[in-house]
Design a protein around this ligand. Structure first.
Ligand SMILES: [Ca+2]
Ligand SMILES: [Ca+2]
Ligand SMILES: [Ca+2]
Length: 329
C-alpha cells in the first residue's frame, strides 16, 4: 500500500513537473498517407497545414475533424514532415504511438519502435541549435486504433552541485547540501538515495533556496544525491559517505581493557595502537583487529589509544587519540 502511495505521489509530481513548461506540438505539418504499411507507391492522400501531431484514430484517420478521404482504416502508413523554427537549447521530445513509429530530426533517426496494437509513450532529450530543423514522424497502423502524438518541451541544464564534494567522507549526519542557481527557477528538488538509480530515495525534499539540510540525521552509509529545478534537467550525481570513527569508554577498574569504536563502511579490518605517551612514540602494542573492538590487559596507569581502518587498497587516517585510565583497587 505504501509502495502504491509512493508511486501515485511520484506520478503526481511528474505531472506537476511536466505542466511547469509549455509543450510544443509544431505547426504546418504535411501528412502523406499510403494504403500500405511501407510508404510505397502513390500516396492515398496528401494534407498540408496540420498544426499538431496529436491524433487518436479509432477507425479511419481524421484530421481537422474531417475523415481523410481514400485512406484505409487499417494497414496504412502516414509520414508527417515539417520544418520548425526552434530556439537554441535542450528539449525533451515525447512521442506516443500505436503501432510502428519512427521520429527523424534533421535526417537522423532519433527513435523507432513497434508496439503490438497498444499505446506506448517514450521520451528522449536532444540539444538543438537555434533556427530551422526538419522534423519527420512516421506511423504504421496494422489493426484497430492508430495513435500518434509528438511534443517537445524546453529543458534547462541542471544546477551545478557545490557541497559536499563528490566522494566526500563526513561525520556530520545532517550535512548541508548546496548547489548553483538555475535561471528562472522558483523551486528545487533534491534526492538522496543509497542507490544511484534513485528509485527509492532515503530523502526527497524541495527547497526554494539553493540549499538543503536534513532535519533528522541520515543513517551512516554511502549515498548519492542530485538536484533539479522545477524547470530543469537533473544535475550530475555525486556520492558521499557518512561514517564516524570515534573512540568510546576510557576508564577501567580492571586490568582487562575493552577498547571499542564505531565502524567505517569500507574497512576490512582495523589497527589499534596503545601508547604510554600522546605522541605515540612509546608504544605498548600495535594490535590488528577484524572486529570493532580489542580486549587488552594493562597494568595500572594512564595510556593513550587510537584506531584506524584498513582495506586492501587503502589505509584510513588515525582517529583522535583517547585516554585510558586503568585504576584497579
Ligand atoms: Ca486502424
Ligand atoms: Ca493499431
Ligand atoms: Ca534507497
Amino acid at each position: 500500500m505504501r509502495r502504491l502511495n509512493i508511486l501515485i505521489l511520484s506520478l503526481m509530481c511528474l505531472m506537476i513537473w511536466n505542466q511547469a513548461t509549455k509543450a510544443d506540438f509544431g505547426t504546418n505539418w504535411t501528412a502523406i498517407f499510403y494504403n500500405n504499411t511501407n510508404f510505397s507507391g502513390a500516396p492515398a492522400a496528401n494534407i498540408n497545414g496540420v498544426n499538431a501531431i496529436n491524433f487518436n484514430w479509432p477507425h479511419v484517420p481524421i484530421i481537422n475533424g474531417v475523415p481523410v478521404n481514400g485512406v484505409n482504416e487499417d494497414n496504412f502508413s502516414v509520414r508527417f514532415t515539417s520544418t520548425q523554427n526552434i530556439a537554441q537549447g535542450s528539449y525533451q521530445f515525447t512521442v506516443t504511438y500505436d503501432e510502428h513509429v519512427r521520429v527523424v530530426i534533421d535526417g537522423n533517426v532519433e527513435f523507432e519502435d513497434y508496439v503490438n496494437d497498444s499505446i506506448r509513450t517514450y521520451s528522449f532529450s536532444r540539444a538543438l541549435t537555434a533556427g530551422q530543423h526538419s522534423l519527420q514522424v512516421e506511423l504504421i497502423d496494422f489493426t484497430s486504433q492508430a495513435v500518434i502524438q509528438l511534443q517537445w518541451n524546453p529543458v534547462l541544464s541542471g544546477p551545478q552541485l557545490i557541497a559536499p564534494s563528490n566522494g566526500a567522507s563526513m561525520e556530520d549526519t545532517t550535512p548541508t547540501f548546496s548547489w548553483s542557481a538555475v535561471p528562472t527557477a522558483v523551486e528545487y528538488q533534491i534526492q538522496i538515495d543509497n542507490s544511484n538509480n534513485f528509485f527509492s530515495p532515503e530523502r526527497e525534499a524541495t527547497a526554494t533556496n539553493r540549499q538543503y539540510t536534513p532535519i533528522t540525521p541520515l543513517p551512516l552509509g554511502s549515498y548519492y544525491w542530485r538536484v533539479r529545478a522545477t524547470n530543469s534537467a537533473w544535475s550530475a550525481v555525486r556520492q558521499f559517505t557518512l561514517e564516524l570513527l570515534r573512540p568510546r569508554l576510557n576508564y577501567f577498574i580492571t586490568s582487562d581493557v575493552l577498547i571499542t569504536w564505531n565502524p567505517i563502511s569500507w574497512a576490512e579490518s582495523y589497527v589499534v595502537q596503545i601508547s604510554r605517551n600522546l605522541a605515540f612514540t612509546d608504544l605498548v602494542n600495535t594490535i590488528p583487529s577484524a572486529d570493532i573492538f580489542v580486549e587488552y590487559t594493562l597494568s595500572n596507569g594512564t595510556y593513550y589509544w587510537r584506531v584506524r581502518a584498513v582495506a586492501t587498497d587503502q589505509t584510513g587516517k588515525w582517529s583522535a587519540s583517547e585516554l585510558i585510565t586503568v585504576d584497579m583497587p
